[in-house]
Design a protein around this ligand. Structure first.
Ligand code: PLP
Length: 461
């Protein structure tokens, strides 16, 4: 099918409300026409004008198996022909869903018991917060409800998940955060550490701050701590040494549940199947989405541990049915897509590829960018990485926000055929290519990014 670019652009501009888009500049045409993405294969997408781009961000860190995998398209089609929909209320199910759930319980870190399904990372986090409240109500601890998340954490955009997100521009003008949600310090050594403070000492300080926060609020009022194993949208920042063990000790001491938001890190991105495996995290609840179906179909899940589920089951005689659910919870097409995607993840050992190619990627990023005069930090793990730009390396000062350094580098990369994302918190260029990326493709990504960074560096000097 040939797309009429002018016609589609006009229809889009007139009728689509785009996320994270300057509405007036889009409406006036100042931002240019919408980019009509038409096809994709492997790590590349093509727009309707025929321009090909390497997708160095896998969509929004989600198309882990790469584009154009016909096995998944066929699984979706087979399920749609057989049974396009049925709900999971009142103990209904489908074969694909039961098989998927058994698989996920076995794959997941820790002692997991059940999965509740949604359609997005945001709604799965909403569910996890409700599960914390439900769990503590059933345990006779009705005050133990506050949720602690981290500054620079990202957990979604809906009312509660958007409140959990720890970046003010997700709250401004939207009346967030709602009450009962508290933010603690970000686990970013580069910006957060005091002069000469080691990673271990910084992690211990963050854990002490958390401990003091819980004591100030009253441990009997704090239900859970939610965090991404690796800080994602807040800057693609792996945890400093010793962070997770120190934090978990504090949570155990105060009987505070741990929700691991594995929306980005789940299914291989760090080089392990889950970020929790990678960092020795033992969660009580896990949030999954994105990589679960590689975004071939919207599907998310809240994975519930034995510990939490037992309380729910024991409470049933008292409270009756578990009164939470969506029309599309456990959608059979989503389940079929997830099973087909997980077949690929397992058969092609994508966590293993993310480890091996990821190591190469991290080395190439460091070797190419770490010594440049406008680069403060190069960081990452597996197939997620970031370059943070600073005005002064020695004094660690940021560029004037008006210079839009991150956005300019991202645009220069795009003009050369590479999508790398200008992350929203600071001047940061982020990478999260599909987990099928090869070393040769890493070389392509790094060399385009280098040309883009050098172009902007020259403009700034
Ligand atoms: N949690 C994390 C860690 C994410 O990165 C995201 C999205 O980027 C979400 C939750 C929200 O997922 P969704 O956009 O599917 O609602």
């Amino acid at each position: 099918m040939t797309i009429n670019v002018a016609k589609i652009s006009k229809l889009d501009r007139a009728s689509v409300l785009h996320p994270f888009t300057q509405l007036a500049d889009f409406a006036s045409g100042k931002l240019g026409d919408p980019i009509i993405v038409e096809t994709g294969k492997g790590i590349r997408i093509q727009d309707a004008t025929g321009k090909e781009l390497i997708d160095g961000f896998a969509g929004l860190y989600c198309v882990n198996i790469g584009y154009g995998r016909t096995e998944v398209a066929e699984a979706i089609s087979r399920q749609a022909y057989r049974l396009a929909y049925y709900h999971t209320y009142a103990a209904h199910t489908t074969d694909e869903l039961a098989i998927l759930s058994d698989r996920l319980v076995r794959m997941a870190p820790g002692k997991m018991s059940k999965i509740f399904y949604g359609m997005s990372g945001s709604d799965a986090n909403e569910t996890n917060v409700k599960l914390v409240w439900y769990y503590n109500n059933l345990r006779g601890k009705p005050k133990k409800k506050k949720i602690i998340s981290r500054m620079r954490g990202y957990h979604g955009c809906s009312v509660v998940s958007g409140s959990l997100t720890g970046m003010s521009f997700y709250h401004d003008h939207m009346d967030l955060p709602v009450s009962g949600i508290i933010h603690t310090g970000a686990p970013h050594h580069y910006w957060g550490a005091e002069a000469g403070e080691s990673e271990l000492a910084f992690s211990a300080r963050r854990a002490t701050e958390l401990d003091e926060l819980i004591q100030r609020e009253g441990a009997d009022t704090v239900g859970a701590f939610i965090a991404e194993p690796v800080l994602g949208t807040g800057g693609i920042t792996p945890p400093p040494e010793g962070y997770w063990s120190a934090i978990q000790e504090v949570l155990k001491k105060h009987d505070v549940l741990l929700i691991a938001d594995e929306v980005i890190t789940g299914f291989g991105r760090t080089g392990s199947m889950f970020g929790c495996h990678h960092y020795g995290i033992e969660p009580d609840l896990i949030t999954i989405a994105k990589g679960l179906t590689s975004a071939y179909f919207p599907l998310s899940g809240s994975i519930v541990s034995e510990k939490v589920y037992q309380v729910m089951e024991e409470g049933a005689a008292k409270v009756g049915a578990f009164s939470h659910g969506y029309t599309y919870s456990g959608h059979p097409i989503g389940a079929a897509a997830a099973n087909a995607v997980l077949d690929i993840v397992e058969k092609e050992n994508l966590p293993g590829n993310a480890r091996v190619v990821g190591d190469y990627f991290q080395k190439r990023l460091s070797a190419t960018f770490a010594q440049l005069p406008i680069v403060g930090e190069v960081r990452g793990v597996g197939l997620m990485g970031a370059i943070e730009f600073v005005a002064d390396r020695d004094r660690k000062t940021r560029f004037d926000a008006g210079l839009k350094v991150g956005a300019r580098v991202s645009k220069a990369a795009r003009d050369r055929g590479l999508i790398a994302r200008a992350m929203p918190h600071g001047d940061i260029l982020g990478f999260a290519p599909p987990l099928v990326t090869t070393k040769e493709e890493v070389d392509e990504i790094v060399s385009i990014a280098e040309a883009a960074v050098r172009e902007v560096m020259d403009e700034l000097s």
